[in-house]
Design a protein around this ligand. Structure first.
Ligand code: F3S
Length: 386
């Protein structure tokens, strides 16, 4: 891989050991994927932020680093809200370790916005090259915004953040963004027919790591978010197109002749919806938008929760909508920033959790050791308040 003079000096250790190590990560990655060069990035998003997922070795590695990020960089959700973790039920020892992780990232110059929806912070635009690592954020950035990022691991996103560059391969190259499989969604009429998290859960299993293009559907932005998150979880989708909806579909929608075709049937989607008892309800995977908070506030109006009901959202989104947060919390539900139902140890204490997300349906069993039930947002509210 070609390196310019400055890159070579970084690799030789002239700018410190941490930068040298980070450049070594990028050079190794570029070598594996046959990248010809490094390209500048506009922003980075770094996963591996919850102490639950990185543990003491991850923390020790972060504390050993000594450099500053070169581009605007945010974090993935951590294992607890930064304030009020006691009321959320987080153990003191975990909280102290989590605070150490946050301190280590802050020392690197990373903005402590802990969210899988960094695009609500308006840190990226069409065509920009990024190094983002949370899979649903990657799918949204590539597909809905038309930015360009591979699905980075935590260390490679951090390396790119500190160097300010990433290897030029994969989805940074326009040619690799062509659709590889056409997905048709069997139309339905029931209230679950447009549950895009459930559709994505099924579609992800069928398309694997290919680039799908959907035709004949008209999801909105939040629905695209749910669709992409679920496909990234059950498949390895980092980019998808929706004919006449997503920004690059107009470039590629003519290029579908001869592609494989798969169908998501109404019965496959419907079969995901089991009606079992649950101990808790959690929504906001990926983190809620303002519109989703408004929808929840409307659904919860005049109701009182009878079991724990957690609503996860980015700190900036929650703080920007205090009236909606207050309206939701009047019911007894809690709006929790900075963390989520998968990366927080709080959720490990439940044996069964209801979610409205295809991604959470895929991850909660393995990450929380709990049975996961999926429902629509309305069904989640009904179960939480019945
Ligand atoms: Fe975000 Fe956690 Fe879901 S990181 S996408 S809310 S699993």
């Amino acid at each position: 891989m070609y390196l310019d003079n400055d890159d070579e000096r970084v690799l030789a250790g002239e700018f410190g050991e941490t930068r040298q190590k980070m450049m070594e990560i990028l050079v190794a990655l570029g070598g594996v994927y046959g990248a010809e060069k490094l390209i500048p990035i506009a922003s980075a998003q770094v996963s591996g932020a919850s102490y639950k997922t990185i543990g003491k070795w991850g923390l020790a590695w972060l504390q050993s680093l000594n450099a500053r990020v070169a581009v605007p960089t945010v974090l993935n959700p951590i294992g607890m809200p930064q304030e009020g973790w006691q009321e959320f039920g987080i153990a003191e020892e975990f909280a102290r370790n989590q605070e150490e992780v946050v301190r280590a990232y802050r020392r690197l110059g990373i903005k402590i916005e802990c969210t899988c929806t960094p695009y609500y912070l308006r840190i990226t635009e069409y065509g920009e090259h990024l190094a983002w690592s949370e899979s649903s954020a990657v799918a949204y950035a590539n597909s809905v915004l038309g930015a360009r990022t591979n699905r980075e691991g935590g260390p490679s996103a951090l390396a790119a953040a500190i160097i300010g560059k990433t290897p030029y391969y994969g989805l940074h190259i326009v040619e690799n963004r062509r659709p590889q499989v056409v997905v048709e969604v069997e139309g339905g009429t029931g209230p679950r027919a447009d549950h895009w998290g459930a559709v994505g859960y099924i579609a992800g299993k069928k398309v694997g790591n290919r680039v799908p293009i959907f035709s004949g559907i008209r999801p909105g932005r939040d629905q695209l978010k749910a669709l992409g998150a679920a496909m990234a979880a059950t498949g390895a989708v980092a980019l998808f197109h929706v004919d006449k909806i997503t920004p690059e579909a107009r470039i590629f929608s003519f290029a579908t002749d001869g592609l494989d075709r798969v169908t998501v049937t109404e019965s496959e989607v419907e079969d995901l919806f089991a009606e079992t008892e649950v101990e808790a309800v959690a929504v906001g995977c990926p983190h809620c938008s303002a519109a989703e908070l408004r929808d929840l506030a409307d659904l919860l109006k005049g109701k009182t929760t009878t079991k724990p009901f957690y609503v996860f959202a980015a700190r900036g989104v929650a703080q920007g909508n205090p009236d909606l947060v207050a309206a939701i919390e009047r019911s007894g539900a809690r709006v929790i920033p900075d963390t989520c139902m998968v990366v927080s140890p709080r959720m490990d204490e439940f044996h069964s959790i209801m979610v409205d997300s295809g991604k959470a349906l895929a991850y909660v069993p393995g990450m929380c050791g709990a049975f996961a039930r999926i429902g629509t947002r309305r069904e989640c509210v009904e179960v939480a308040t019945s």
